[in-house]
Design a protein around this ligand. Structure first.
Ligand SMILES: Cc1cc2nc3c(=O)[nH]c(=O)nc-3n(C[C@H](O)[C@H](O)[C@H](O)COP(=O)(O)OP(=O)(O)OC[C@H]3O[C@@H](n4cnc5c(N)ncnc54)[C@H](O)[C@@H]3O)c2cc1C
Length: 438
């Protein structure tokens, strides 16, 4: 019997568990750890609350979690409650599937002003991540600036733009729904350093911006390259650019029917955030494209900004004793191998790229690496204690482990608490989650 510890219960963690079942059959026991008492990582706390069909992928992970040889071990932070070395002594293989939970810093003057947030914090706030539930962003100003031109920036802009009625069937948490209902924001500026051909927004998500009840996208026709240049784009990006063209072609009187404007500001690099204690404006330097890269032009303009959310990428958290690539912001690895018996998958391996499905081949590759390393004798003989050894350690340390059955009770309580039409009302603090399982 081989014992595998997977740290992180997001997509990468569960795809790896699923792959380990396929590769090892009945000869494996898998423990999936998470620092939170609830599973599924960014499926719960990142993916937008109004995209329930995407969140439904968790049913596939539930199937894995409910099988006999896989356990969920929630409410245990690896690197804090238990060290990596302790896990390595108990399991044949330890797989880091810890994601990339920290925002890449903006690194410009004024980025520490009030009402300036990274997307991990802001998205975590409206999705009820316990770490960010008390963020309390001030939405009483007129202008929001969202930095970045990827899907996370789109999510943030769309959530800021939607009406309470449009969010009613989502699982946005009550504190965020109330705050957004009282929001006075009427201008949302999406700021990108490069042009329309360099956006990282997928067509379906971008198209949604054109269908909002009270908000309309604004693209200046002069910002768009000539249509013939779209021919060289890969099909997905070409489709996204065709949405931008449709937004730009919308007559002003139609756009004006909607009171909230979502403006695309291309070729604009953030230079400084201005304000006394809270942000009041953003200084932006215009850029030009040189071989696809943004080069600053020295031309500076000021955009009012009552709230700023920066969506410019994420970094993993280092764990004591594990080699870390500081520049790339992820664990130092060779195709998922860190050290003998220590592996990484998903965002912890690749950085924050790709879709949920991209984590699946990652998980399968890692399970195959583990099988190859068993075969090559690198992981030694099958003598590790696995989950039984961990349970003894957890009892000795008095860790309050949350099981998958406990999670199901938490989930039922969240479903019972849902407002009408919504799938659930999430618990937003750890104590409440733990109480709910009893
Ligand atoms: C805002 C946002 C929206 C997104 N929307 C979409 C979308 O619509 N469609 C799409 O395809 N993709 C989307 N993605 C991307 C998708 O969420 C990621 O590809 C995926 O979640 C990465 O999986 P992961 O398992 O590597 O990391 P995560 O999902 O982040 O999971 C990591 C898990 O590890 C746990 N953990 C971390 N450190 C420790 C520790 N020390 N001890 C124990 N546990 C730990 C965390 O609590 C977490 O549960 C979105 C991402 C973001 C940020």
């Amino acid at each position: 019997m081989r014992h595998i510890a997977i740290i992180g219960s997001g997509p990468a963690g569960y795809y790896t568990a699923e792959a380990a079942q396929k590769v090892f059959g009945d000869d494996v026991r898998v423990d999936v750890f998470d620092r939170l008492p609830v599973p599924y990582g960014l499926i719960r706390s990142g993916v937008a609350p109004d995209h329930q069909s995407i969140k439904a992928v968790s049913r596939r992970y539930e199937k894995v979690a409910l099988s006999d040889n896989v356990r969920f071990v929630g409410n245990v932070a690896i690197g804090e409650d238990v060290t990596i070395a302790e896990l390595q002594a108990l399991y044949d293989a330890v797989v880091l599937a810890t994601g990339a939970p920290h925002d890449r810093p903006l690194g410009i003057p004024g980025d520490d002003l009030g009402n300036v947030f990274g997307s991990a914090a802001f998205v975590g706030w409206y999705n009820g991540h316990p770490q960010f539930a008390r963020l309390d962003p001030d939405l009483s100003g007129k202008t929001a600036v969202v930095i970045g031109m990827g899907n996370v920036a789109l999510d943030v802009a769309r959530i800021l733009a939607k009406t309470p009625a449009e969010l009613a069937g989502s699982d946005i948490v009550a504190h965020a729904l109330d705050a957004l209902a009282a929001s006075r924001i009427e201008r949302i500026v999406l700021l990108g350093r490069r042009g329309p051909h360099q956006i990282m927004m997928t067509p379906k998500e971008l198209g949604e911006l054109g269908e909002l009840a009270r908000a309309a996208p604004h693209v200046a026709p002069v910002d768009l390259p000539i249509p013939e240049e779209d021919a060289i784009l890969e099909p997905g990006l070409r489709k996204s650019v065709s949405h931008l063209r449709a937004f730009a072609a919308t007559p002003e009187h139609i756009r004006a029917e909607k009171p909230v404007a979502v403006e695309f500001a291309f070729m604009s690099a953030p230079k400084a955030l201005l304000g006394s204690s809270k942000v009041e404006a953003i200084e932006v330097e215009k850029t030009r494209l040189v071989h696809g890269q943004a080069e600053r032009t020295g031309e500076v303009e000021r955009v009012p900004a009552d709230i700023v959310v920066s969506c410019i990428g994420f970094r993993s958290s280092p764990i004591p004793g594990v080699p870390f690539d500081e520049r790339a912001g992820r664990f130092a690895n060779d195709e998922g191998r860190i050290l003998p018996g220590l592996y990484c998958v998903g965002w912890a391996r690749r950085g924050p790229t790709g879709t949920i499905g991209t984590n699946r081949p990652d998980g399968y590759t890692t399970a195959e690496h583990i099988a190859d390393d068993v075969e090559a004798g690198i992981l030694g003989r099958a003598t590790k204690q696995g989950g039984d050894g961990f349970d003894a350690l957890a009892a000795q340390r008095r860790l309050d482990v949350v099981t998958f059955q406990d999670w199901k009770k938490i989930e039922e309580a969240e479903e019972r608490a849902a407002r009408e039409g919504a799938p659930r009302e999430k618990f937003v603090d750890i104590e409440a989650m733990i109480r709910a399982r009893r």
